[in-house]
Design a protein around this ligand. Sequence first.
Ligand SMILES: Cc1cc2nc3c(=O)[nH]c(=O)nc-3n(C[C@H](O)[C@H](O)[C@H](O)COP(=O)(O)OP(=O)(O)OC[C@H]3O[C@@H](n4cnc5c(N)ncnc54)[C@H](O)[C@@H]3O)c2cc1C
Length: 527
Amino acid sequence: MTDKFPDSKDVEPNYTSYLTDESALVHGHADKIFFPFTEEELQKIVVKANQENISITISGGGTGLTGGRAPLGGWIIATDEMTQIVSYSKSKKIFKDKELNKSLEYHIEKISDELAYLTIPVSITIKSIQNLVKELGWFYPPDPTERGAFIGGTIVTNASGVRSFKYGVTRTWVQKLRVILPNESITIQDRNKQEKLGKKTNIVIVTNEKDLLIPRPDYSLPKVRKNVAGPVIKDDDQPIDLFIGSDGIFGVITEVTIKLIRPPVQIMSMILFCESFDQALKIINFSQKKRSHNIYPIPLSVELIDHNAVELLKPVNSQIPKETHTIIYLEQDTYDVEKKIDDLEFWIKTFDGFGIQDSWVEDSFVGIEKHKEFRHSLPEIVNSMVKRHGQAKLGTDYSVPDHLTKELYKLCQEIGKKFQMYRDNNGNFELPSHVLWSHAGDNHVHLNFLPKNKEESLFAKSLMVEMMYEIVKMGGSISAEHGLGKKKFLNKNALYFQYNEEEIEKIKKMKKIFDPNGILNPGVLFD
Ligand SMILES: Cc1cc2nc3c(=O)[nH]c(=O)nc-3n(C[C@H](O)[C@H](O)[C@H](O)COP(=O)(O)OP(=O)(O)OC[C@H]3O[C@@H](n4cnc5c(N)ncnc54)[C@H](O)[C@@H]3O)c2cc1C
C-alpha cells in the first residue's frame, strides 16, 4: 500500500446530487465526498472511517428508489471512478465504452461454449455491460429497466428486470465478489469454492484476517420468487449470497464476476390487447404453469399494464384498439432458429384460444425496441404528469407467492378503489388516481398512486401500509426488487413491516460482526 491518503472533495456546491437518489425520498448531508480510483484507496478510507468512528455511505449510480445512497452525515464514498479490477493483473483488457465515454478494465474467461465468467469493476453500468458483452458475443440476462445503475448497486439490491421471469434475478448470475468489510478486512466470495449452507446455523465468512462466524437468521422468509426485504439466506444458498440483496449493510463491493451465456438467436416481442382482465389473468396463469412444469416454449417475460394505465396510453397511441381493457407484454426467446415459426404459431393459437383478438408481434431489433419504448413510455408519462403538480408518484414493490395471483390483483383493486373514492370526494383531476403495471409472471406489482397534493400523498401512504400488512399475511414480500433502504412508514423503518423486533435483532447481530462500530450505510434497514 502507498502511504498517501486519498483526496476528498467538499459536497457543496458540485456534488449535492449525491445527497439523494432517484427516489428523492431522503435529502441527506455529508462532510466530505471521496472518489477512490482503486480498491486500495477505498479500503484506506474505510479503515480510517472505522478507526475514527465516522459514518460512510456508499454511492453507486444513484438510481435507487429507497434513499439508500443518501448520506446521514459523515463521508460519502462514491464508486464512480472505480474502473479497475484487481484480479487478472496480467490478462485484463480495456473496454472503451464510446457511448458513455468511459474506459473500464475487464477479464473474460470462457468456461464452455455456453458459459463464460466476466470480471468487471464495480462502477460499470448495466448499459456498459450490455455493450461490452454484445461486442464479446455473450449475453448477461438480468435487465433492470434503469441501465444507468452500477453493477455494485444492482447486486446489493438484487435487481431484477422484465426477463427475470425466465432467467431469474441478479443473484443467479453473480459468481464471485470482492468485498471490503467495515471491520477493515477483505473477503473474496467465490461460488466455486463454497458449499451450499444446507441446515448450517452459522455462515463462515473467510477474510484476509480472521474468519467471521455469522449466526444465520432463522426467521421464515416470504415464499416468493423475488424478495429483497432484508437479507435472504436459504438452504441452497452459499456464503456469497449474504452480500447479494443485503442493501449494502455488510460490506462494500469492489469487484464482481458475473456469469454470461450465449445470446438467443431470436427474440419475439408480443403485445396483447385483452378485452378483459380475466383474459390477461389466463395468460399469466398459463405462462406460470409452463415455467413451473418446464414445458417449452417458456416465455422470457410476462408483464401487465392495467386498465387505468391503458386509458392513459390510448390518447398518445391511436393504434391501441378501442376495446382494450388490459395489456399483456410477452417475450419469447429462441435458441434454435428452426423453432421460430413453430413458437409463433403456438402463441397465436394460444391467444386465439383465450379469445384475444388483437396483438402486435415483432422480431426485428428495431421492432422489439419499439415495443420496449411503448412499455417504457408509461412510467415516463406518469412521472412527468405527477411532477407537474409538484408531487411524486408513490409505488409499491410487493410480491406474493405464485398461487395467489388472483388474490393479489383483487387486493390492488380494493386499495385502488379506496384511493379513487378519496379523490372523487375531493374534486376532479386530469390524472387517474392510480395506475398499475406489474412483472405479472412473478406476481410482483407496482401499484402507483398519483397524488395531486400533500393530503392525497399522505392518504396514499396510509393505503400502502394497509396493503403491506395484507401482503405479509399472504406470505409475500414488501420489496421484490428495490430493497428497503431508508424507507419509513409511520416513522418506522419499512423492515419492521416485514419482520418483528426479535427477527430484526438477528439481522442487527449479523451486521454487528461485519461492522462493530456501525459505520457502514447507517439508516439503511434500521436506525
Ligand atoms: C426509471 C427507473 C427504473 C428502474 N427499474 C428497475 C428495475 O427494472 N429493476 C430493479 O430492480 N430496479 C429498478 N430501479 C431501481 C434501481 O435502478 C436499482 O435499485 C439499482 O440496482 C440501484 O443501483 P445504483 O447503482 O443506482 O445504486 P445506488 O442508488 O447508488 O445505491 C443503492 C444502494 O446500494 C448501495 N450500494 C451501491 N453500490 C454499492 C457497493 N459497491 N457496495 C455496497 N453497497 C453499495 C448504496 O449505499 C445504496 O444503499 C429503477 C430505477 C429507476 C429510476
